[in-house]
Design a protein around this ligand. Structure first.
Ligand SMILES: Cc1cc2nc3c(=O)[nH]c(=O)nc-3n(C[C@H](O)[C@H](O)[C@H](O)COP(=O)(O)OP(=O)(O)OC[C@H]3O[C@@H](n4cnc5c(N)ncnc54)[C@H](O)[C@@H]3O)c2cc1C
Ligand code: FES
Length: 256
């Protein structure tokens, strides 16, 4: 699919928590956002004097009719701080859409669980919408440190059933996401994005239970288009670029 370099206008910014910002980005009318698949990401140019590489950010939601992409940004360092502080009305240049996508199973009767931790919840909203539009009953398992750190709960609840884990038990079940009792139920497909230790633990649970599982990797990236090899992930078929062969991988392909 052809990658595009486009100036998007920030039409709305919402501070969800002190660390997380939701940005709505308006595309020019001639952009066809229907080409975006769930799990894809954008590379955003940071227009300061010290951040030279674009920063990869997941596509959180797409409003095809109104030409809007939503992204969810967590303050990590200079680039993401810059993005979080950009005011409504400013312009950002993005390369899009990048990477592969989650697989939508063929049978809508299959049970599906979408598992996200931290900013890893970002790509799961648009995936949930696609699954719902394809007549799946969508289940989310979302985790954060405290109730206040859980992101976009209302948006997730509008799509499906939401199960929660928090470290302090302030909402949902107390403890690690991997201890949540919903994981005792049998699901046919699991889709997961979050911190690497969490994804590996979920992958092992799925392997033991013979559940089909896809994970979205957030390997550090530079070019985002398969040219620099800095995002390489070891797979059973050799090294693969997380930016072009991923970021979504079936756990059967990985050497975890
Ligand atoms: C496919 C993909 C999708 C992503 N989606 C989102 C998203 O939706 N929202 C979001 O907030 N972030 C997302 N990230 C992570 C985001 O790209 C990094 O946090 C960002 O590039 C850090 O840039 P910075 O300039 O703010 O921080 P830097 O100053 O470059 O680094 C600050 C710290 O962040 C670490 N870091 C840098 N890059 C990454 C990375 N890729 N993953 C984890 N840690 C990193 C550095 O090692 C350092 O410790 C995604 C990453 C990938 C690869
Ligand atoms: S980021 Fe350059 S090859 Fe993947």
């Amino acid at each position: 699919m052809a990658k595009q370099l486009t100036d998007f206008k920030i039409t709305k910014t919402t501070q969800l928590t002190p660390r997380y910002q939701l940005l709505s980005l308006s595309a020019p009318d001639n952009c066809d956002l229907s080409i975006i698949k769930p799990g894809q990401f954008v590379q955003i140019k940071i227009e300061n004097n010290s951040t030279f590489l674009r920063r990869p950010i997941s596509i959180h939601d797409v409003d095809i009719n109104n030409h809007i992409i939503d992204i969810l940004v967590c303050r990590h360092g200079e680039g993401t701080n810059y993005l979080c502080d950009m005011p409504s009305g400013s312009t950002i240049n993005m390369m899009w859409p990048l990477g592969n996508s989650f697989s939508i199973p063929s049978n809508p009767n299959d049970s599906v669980l979408l598992i996200g931790g931290g900013v890893g919840v970002a790509p799961l909203l648009y995936l949930g919408k696609h699954l719902k539009d394809s007549s799946f009953n969508v289940n989310f398992l979302l985790a954060a440190r405290t109730a206040n750190d859980l992101l976009r709960l209302d948006a997730f609840k509008a799509i499906g059933q939401v199960y929660l884990s928090t470290d302090d038990g302030s909402i949902g079940e107390k403890g690690l996401i991997t201890q949540n009792t919903i994981l005792n139920e049998s699901f046919k497909h699991v889709f997961c994005c979050g911190p690497m230790p969490m994804m590996k633990a979920i992958a092992h649970i799925c392997q033991e239970s013979n559940i089909n599982c896809e994970v979205s990797l957030e390997n550090v990236m530079a070019c985002g288009i398969g040219a620099c090899l800095c995002c390489v992930e070891k797979t059973i078929r050799g090294n693969r670029c997380a930016c072009t062969d991923g970021p979504v991988f079936n756990i059967d392909e990985l050497t975890w």
